[in-house]
Design a protein around this ligand. Structure first.
Ligand code: NAP
Length: 662
C-alpha cells in the first residue's frame, strides 16, 4: 500500500510508483538526472512537446507511450535515490524546511554545473536553444545558491556614507526590496499603511480569493516552498507566505505599520527626499531618505463606477477589495457588478450563500481551462516535492517555460491577418477557437447564454480568468441571473438598467476592479525644479523600465508603468528584476560618490516609444475592448509587451549612458 507519510528511505516500491504516476514527468526526470548525475534519464525520445500553449493535460505534451517509458525511468531513478540514501544511512532527503523553505538549505537541491544545466534546460524546453536564457534560468531555478544576492555592500563601496532608503509598501514587491537593500547593508525603513505585511494578499479577503498563477512560480525565486498546499493557493496561504518571509528575514523591525506616506518632496540642495507620513492615530511627521522605493502596487485603489445614485442605495454595498464580512449574505438578494478576475472568484461563493444573485456583466471574459484550479496538491506530488531534491525547483522552471514565454507569440498582432475584432493572428485565432469550444462545452446545457458569454474580442486582449467549471456552475443555478443590459444607475431599491427595469437587491457588491492607471495615487511627489509627478504624467504614467524617472532622482518604482504581464507570468518575477536593477543603480551611485541619479529625457523617451510601439502590436494594445490595461488616453501604461527574458536582460544593470549623475 502506498504510504506518503513515509520518507524516501522507508518508502516501498508501490509508494514510489504511485507518486511517479502523478508527477509532471519532464521536470521530475530533469531533477533526477541532475541529482543522480545521469543524463540517460532525459533522452531525446522523451522531449516534451510544448506546442500546446498552457497545456492543461499535465503530461508536458508526451504521448501515452512516452508517459509509460518516462514513468518507468523515473520510478527506477527514485528507487536508486532510495538505495543511495539507505547506503549513506542518511535520515531523509527533505528538500526544504516546509514553509518558505529556502533552496540551498540543508538537504536542498545541489548546484548543477553550467554545461549540464544547459542540457537539462534544453531538454525541458522541448529541445530548443536556451542559451540566451541560461543565466536567467539559473537564477529562477535557484538550485542551492541565491544568485540574486547583492554582490556589493555599502561597507565596501562607501563605508563613511550614511545611506537611508525609504520603501513605501510592505507587499510582495516592498518586502523583496527591503530584504535585498538590507543584504547590501543599507539603512532601510519600510512605511506600510496597513497593520501587517502582504499588500494585495492582506487587503483582498473576498470569498474564493486565490492566486491565478501557479504558486510554485508565484513566489520568490530565493524563497521557494516545496509544500504549497494547493497548486493555486487561497489568499490566506499567500498572506502566510509573505508574513513568514518577513519574519524569517527579520524585516518587521524595519517596517512602520499603519503609516501612510502622503507626500514626497525632493530637497534639491541635498538631493534627499523628505517624506510626510501619517502614522497611527493620525500623527503627521516628516522623515528623510537618500532614496525612495515606491512599492505601492497597481491594483489596490478600488475603482468605484461613476453610476448615478450609487450613494443612495438603501442596503449595504461595498467593493470586493473592502469586503464587508459583517454583512451576511445568507438568503439575501445580492447584486454583483463586474465579472473580472475578482468577481469570477467570489461569484460562485456568493451564489452558494445568497437567496438570489444577479450578476451584471459588461464584457465577458476568456476563460483558461484549469481543471486543478481549486485542487490541493496531491499527496503523491507532495511526497515527490519532499523527497526528490530539486523537483519543486524544476517544476517551477517548467511552469515558467510552458506558460509564459511559450505563449507570448499568440498575443502578437500579424499585420497581414484579417481577424476583424476577434483575433489578431492565425495562432491567436487558434487559441480563440479552443477557448470558444471550452465555453460551448461548459454552457452546453445553457445555450441561451452563449451569445452573452462568448467574448467578441481576441484572446490576450484582457486578462484570462482561470476556470475549472465553477463559473458555468454558478450561472447554471436557478437562483442566479446574468444581466447584460447596460446599467442606468443605482436606486434605493437596487440597480436600474437602461431598459427601465429595476433589479432589486438587499446588498450590492462592486467587483469593478482598481484604478490601475493612477500610479502612486494619492501621494504628492515633487521632484527637481518643483515638478509634481502627477501633473507631469497627466494621467499617462511612464517610467524607464517602469522604475526610474527624469526629474525624480533616486526615486525607484516597483510594479510601475509597463511592468504588468498579461500572458500569465508572475509579478514576483518582475519585482525581483526591478529590485536587482535598483540595487545596480545604488551601487553605481555609491561607487561614484554622486548624490543622486536619474535617467535622461532622451533615454526615457526612446524607451517609452519602443514600448508603446510594441504594445500596439499586441492583442491588448490593438483591441478596442475595455480593460484596465489601458489608461484614459487609450495607451497601455500597464503592460510589458516584450519577453520576460528581455526584461531580465534590461534590468541586469543600469546603462550609465542613459543616466545623469547629480
Ligand atoms: P477587472 O478585471 O478590472 O474587472 C472589473 C470588472 O468590473 C469588469 O468586468 C468590468 O467590466 C466591470 N466594470 C467596471 N466598471 C464598470 C461599470 N461602470 N459598469 C459595469 N461594469 C463595470 O478587476 P478585478 O477583477 O478586480 O481584477 C483586476 C486585476 O487584478 C486582474 O486582471 C488581475 O491581474 C488581478 N487579480 C488577480 C487575482 C488573482 O490572482 N487571483 C484575483 C483578482 C484580481 P469590463 O470588462 O467591461 O470593463
Amino acid at each position: 500500500m502506498p504510504d506518503f507519510e513515509r520518507d524516501l528511505e522507508d518508502a516501498d516500491d508501490a509508494t514510489i510508483e504511485a507518486a511517479v504516476a502523478q508527477a509532471l514527468l519532464p521536470p521530475l526526470l530533469a531533477a533526477l538526472a541532475a541529482d543522480l548525475d545521469d543524463m540517460e534519464l532525459v533522452p531525446d525520445r522523451l522531449l516534451p512537446d510544448l506546442s500546446v500553449p498552457m497545456d492543461p493535460s499535465g503530461t508536458g505534451g508526451l504521448s501515452d507511450a512516452q508517459v509509460r517509458e518516462a514513468r518507468e525511468l523515473a520510478a527506477e531513478a527514485v528507487r536508486r535515490l532510495r538505495s543511495r540514501h539507505a547506503d549513506a544511512g542518511t535520515a531523509g532527503t527533505d528538500t526544504g524546511t516546509g514553509a518558505a523553505a529556502e533552496a540551498g538549505g540543508p538537504g536542498g537541491p545541489k548546484p548543477v554545473p553550467v554545461e549540464r544545466l544547459r542540457e537539462l534546460l534544453a531538454f525541458l524546453s522541448g529541445g530548443g536553444d536556451v542559451d540566451g536564457y541560461l543565466e536567467l534560468l539559473r537564477e529562477e531555478l535557484n538550485l542551492g545558491e541565491d544568485l540574486r544576492t547583492p554582490s556589493w555592500s555599502l561597507a565596501e563601496l562607501a563605508p563613511d556614507r550614511p545611506f537611508r532608503v525609504a520603501v513605501i509598501g510592505a507587499g510582495m514587491s516592498g518586502l523583496v526590496a527591503a530584504h535585498r537593500l538590507r543584504q547590501a547593508g543599507l539603512d532601510v525603513v519600510v512605511l506600510e499603511k496597513n497593520d501587517d505585511v502582504g499588500g494585495t494578499w492582506y487587503e483582498n479577503t473576498y470569498p474564493g480569493c486565490r492566486v491565478d498563477v501557479s504558486n510554485h512560480f508565484y513566489s520568490y525565486s530565493f524563497a521557494q516552498r516545496t509544500d504549497w498546499p494547493d497548486y493555486f493557493s487561497p489568499q490566506g496561504v499567500l498572506l502566510d507566505y509573505f508574513r513568514t518571509f518577513a519574519d524569517d528575514h527579520g524585516l518587521r523591525e524595519a517596517i512602520r505599520f499603519s503609516t501612510e506616506v502622503t507626500s514626497l518632496v525632493l530637497d534639491e540642495a541635498t538631493m534627499r527626499w523628505e517624506l510626510t507620513v501619517q502614522g497611527p492615530e493620525g500623527t503627521v511627521e516628516t522623515l528623510d531618505a537618500d532614496a525612495v522605493v515606491s512599492a505601492v502596487g497597481q491594483l489596490n485603489r478600488p475603482n468605484m463606477p461613476d453610476l448615478p445614485g450609487i450613494d443612495g442605495f438603501d442596503g449595504p454595498w461595498f467593493h470586493s477589495a473592502r469586503w464587508r464580512h459583517d454583512v451576511g449574505l445568507k438568503g439575501k438578494r445580492v447584486i454583483v457588478i463586474g465579472t473580472g478576475a475578482s468577481a469570477a472568484q467570489f461569484i460562485p461563493e456568493v451564489a452558494k450563500e445568497a437567496g438570489h444573485l444577479t450578476v451584471f456583466q459588461r464584457t465577458p471574459a476568456w476563460f483558461l481551462p484549469t481543471p486543478d484550479y481549486h485542487d490541493a496538491v496531491k499527496p503523491e506530488v507532495q511526497w515527490l516535492f519532499r523527497n526528490v531534491p530539486g523537483y519543486a525547483n524544476w517544476y517551477r522552471y517548467f511552469i515558467f517555460w510552458q506558460n509564459v514565454e511559450g505563449v507570448r507569440a499568440a498575443a502578437i498582432v500579424d499585420p497581414d491577418w484579417d481577424g476583424g475584432e476577434t483575433s489578431v493572428s492565425a495562432i491567436n485565432d487558434g487559441a480563440r477557437q479552443i477557448l470558444t469550444a471550452y465555453i460551448h462545452m461548459q454552457f452546453a446545457d445553457m445555450p441561451e447564454l452563449l451569445p452573452d458569454v462568448v467574448p467578441q474580442y481576441p484572446p490576450f486582449a484582457k486578462r484570462f480568468i482561470r476556470d475549472n467549471g465553477a463559473w458555468a456552475e454558478a450561472l447554471r443555478r436557478d437562483d442566479v441571473d446574468l444581466v447584460t443590459t447596460g446599467i442606468a444607475g443605482v436606486t434605493p431599491a437596487g440597480v436600474a438598467t437602461v431598459d427601465g427595469e429595476v433589479h432589486e437587491a438587499d446588498v450590492i457588491i462592486y467587483g469593478t476592479g482598481f484604478t490601475a492607471s493612477d500610479f502612486l495615487m494619492p501621494m504628492k511627489v515633487v521632484g527637481r525644479d518643483g515638478v509634481e509627478l502627477h501633473e507631469r504624467w497627466k494621467g499617462d504614467a511612464r517610467a524607464m523600465l517602469g522604475i526610474t524617472l527624469p526629474r525624480f532622482p533616486n526615486l525607484f518604482l516597483l510594479y510601475g508603468p509597463n511592468t504588468n504581464i498579461v500572458v500569465n507570468g508572475s509579478i514576483t518575477y518582475f519585482s525581483e528584476c526591478e529590485v536587482h536593477y535598483l540595487l545596480g543603480c545604488l551601487r553605481e551611485l555609491l561607487a561614484s560618490g554622486a548624490r543622486a541619479l536619474e535617467p535622461t529625457d532622451a533615454a526615457h523617451d526612446a524607451y517609452n516609444e519602443r514600448v508603446d510601439a510594441q504594445n500596439l502590436q499586441m492583442a491588448w494594445g490593438a483591441s478596442k475592448v475595455n480593460s484596465w490595461y489601458k489608461n484614459a488616453t487609450g495607451r497601455s501604461a500597464q503592460n510589458w509587451p516584450f519577453s520576460l527574458l528581455e526584461y531580465w536582460q534590461q534590468t541586469r544593470s543600469p546603462d550609465l549612458s542613459q543616466y545623469d549623475l547629480l
